[in-house]
Design a protein around this ligand. Structure first.
Ligand SMILES: C[S@@+](CC[C@H](N)C(=O)[O-])C[C@H]1O[C@@H](n2cnc3c(N)ncnc32)[C@H](O)[C@@H]1O
Length: 253
């Protein structure tokens, strides 16, 4: 390799993106001003948010807004969550490097990519097949090898790999789906927005004695939808239709 080529590659950064340095600076500003300034302290979480190229997880017409303090539309009436909310939820999961995390609501796979920086393995479930497909392709293109994308209704969790050290839900059900509690290991944490008109972010921890719940703050997530079809015998083979969700635009705070 010539010195000139090496320099060009270094300038492009690890993302293979000629604007990588500019985006890295935008991420640093995002973390400092939107996230650390609001009280997120976990250095590993802050570092993960500095590393994941959020602009690669949004549609082309949203790239200019990728590092703004808000949720953005990603198609199919769904959103990529606000960076601050991603940071708070990730910190609340209290992750360890060896953990296996289950995410319900893959969306763009940005949250999954943040998790993938912090733990050994991530399984993420998305009910909209088109989003699941795009998410899998995006993660592969970006080199994430420890994330598995599953297409289907996450209400039932993902029993093949249970129990999980942590579970995160990024769409709001009216109540916590019982299968998710069953698939939480002792000591495991579940972070989930709950409610319909009024939603709140809850953290549930499974202990030897049962569940401990604390409430963080009010939030506004897209609704948790349900697959009208019965679960398949082999959930790994799922690629099913779903009830379309009306367009909602950016919903999280
Ligand atoms: C706010 S978006 C998720 C943002 C995503 N975590 C990201 O980083 O881009 C919520 C996602 O949950 C999905 N969803 C809603 N109900 C679901 C269900 N029952 N099972 C799996 N995914 C669901 C929606 O289709 C949508 O993509």
């Amino acid at each position: 390799m010539t010195a000139a080529l090496l320099l060009a590659l270094l300038a492009a950064g690890a993302e293979g993106d000629p604007d990588a340095d500019r985006y890295a600076r935008m991420r640093a500003t995002m973390v400092r001003e939107q996230i650390a300034a609001r009280g997120v302290r976990d250095a590993h979480v802050l570092d993960a948010l500095r590393r994941v190229p959020r602009h690669r997880f949004v549609p082309d017409d949203q790239v200019a807004f990728a590092y703004e303090d808000r949720a953005l539309p990603i198609g199919q009436g769904q959103t990529i969550s606000q960076p601050y909310v991603v940071a708070v939820m990730t910190e609340a999961l209290a992750l360890e490097p060896g953990d296996h995390v289950l995410e319900i609501g893959t969306g763009s796979a940005y949250q999954a990519a943040v998790l993938a920086q912090l733990v050994k393995r991530v399984t993420t479930i998305e009910i909209v097949p088109e989003l699941a497909q795009e998410a899998g392709e995006r993660l592969a293109a970006l080199g994430y090898e420890n994330v598995e994308v599953v297409t289907g209704d996450g209400f039932a969790g993902w029993p093949p790999h249970a129990p999980y050290d942590a579970i995160i839900v990024t769409a709001a059900p009216a109540e916590v789906p019982p299968p998710l509690l069953e698939q939480l290991a002792v000591g495991g944490r579940l972070v989930i927005p709950v409610g319909t008109d009024h939603q709140e972010l809850r953290v549930l921890t499974r202990t030897e004695r049962g569940l401990e719940t604390r409430t963080l703050f009010p939030v506004r997530f897209v609704p948790f939808t349900r697959d009208p079809e019965p679960p398949p015998r082999d959930p790994g083979a799922s690629s099913r239709e779903h009830a379309p969700t009306p367009p909602r635009g950016s919903k999280e705070p």
